[in-house]
Design a binder for this molecule. Structure first.
Ligand code: IMP
Ligand code: MG
Length: 189
């Protein structure tokens, strides 16, 4: 695995700013759903870190489920527009308050697809919380209820977000200079 310092462009959000914003979002969500029960749906795998931190700032009763969709083909760094459900929820969401927690909204295709799918299951309410919004890249309109940070049209990594499955563990969010990034070649393939 290449050292990220060889291809980092800039740190977009440092660890302290992430923690502060996640705490604010947790407080806001807790106020908005006061007196209600909430089902948090973590969008795997990019949403794991954000979801884990966010739920620790919730003061309302809530349960957790996960779902996995993919929109980027393997080895591609832009959304393919093809959205596939890798695995689905275990919870029946009919009549439940559902909050989807996702790492990034980019073209909007992934969220539009999952929202359309989940609406057919008749939840009581369905809202979206994203850590990062690449506003200017939107191709499909989606209503996002809670946003951590707006980010520029750059490839980002860290705090749960990967490049070829690596770098998710970093505590900050950075943009990558993909020209300097060397993809590892797996000799078994
Ligand atoms: P969309 O369907 O174009 O909105 O793509 C959203 C999904 O693409 C997110 O859930 C991310 O998994 C992925 N994605 C978008 N931008 C980036 C990025 O800069 N780095 C890593 N993954 C990204
Ligand atoms: Mg994702």
């Amino acid at each position: 695995m290449q050292d990220y310092r060889e291809f980092i462009d800039e740190v977009l959000v440092d660890a302290e700013s992430i923690e502060k914003r996640v705490a604010e979002l947790g407080a806001q969500i807790s106020r908005d759903y006061a007196g209600e029960e909430l089902l948090i749906v973590c969008m795997l795998r990019g949403g794991i870190t954000f979801t884990a931190d966010l739920t620790r700032f919730l003061t309302i009763p809530h349960t957790l489920d996960c779902m996995s969709l993919s929109s980027y083909g393997v080895g591609h760094y832009a959304s393919s527009g093809n959205v596939r459900v890798n695995f689905d929820l275990m919870t029946n969401i009919e009549g439940r308050n559902v909050l989807l927690v996702e790492d990034i909204v980019d073209s909007g295709r992934t969220l539009a697809h999952v929202l359309q799918l989940l609406r057919t299951r008749e939840p009581k309410s369905l809202k979206v919380c994203v850590l990062l919004d690449k506003k200017y890249r939107r191709e499909v309109p989606v209503d996002v209820d809670y946003v951590g940070f707006d980010v520029p049209d750059k490839y980002v990594f860290g705090y749960g977000i990967d490049i070829d499955e690596h770098y998710r563990h970093l505590r900050f969010i950075a943009s990558a200079d993909l020209k300097k990034y060397k993809k590892e070649v797996d000799p078994s393939k």
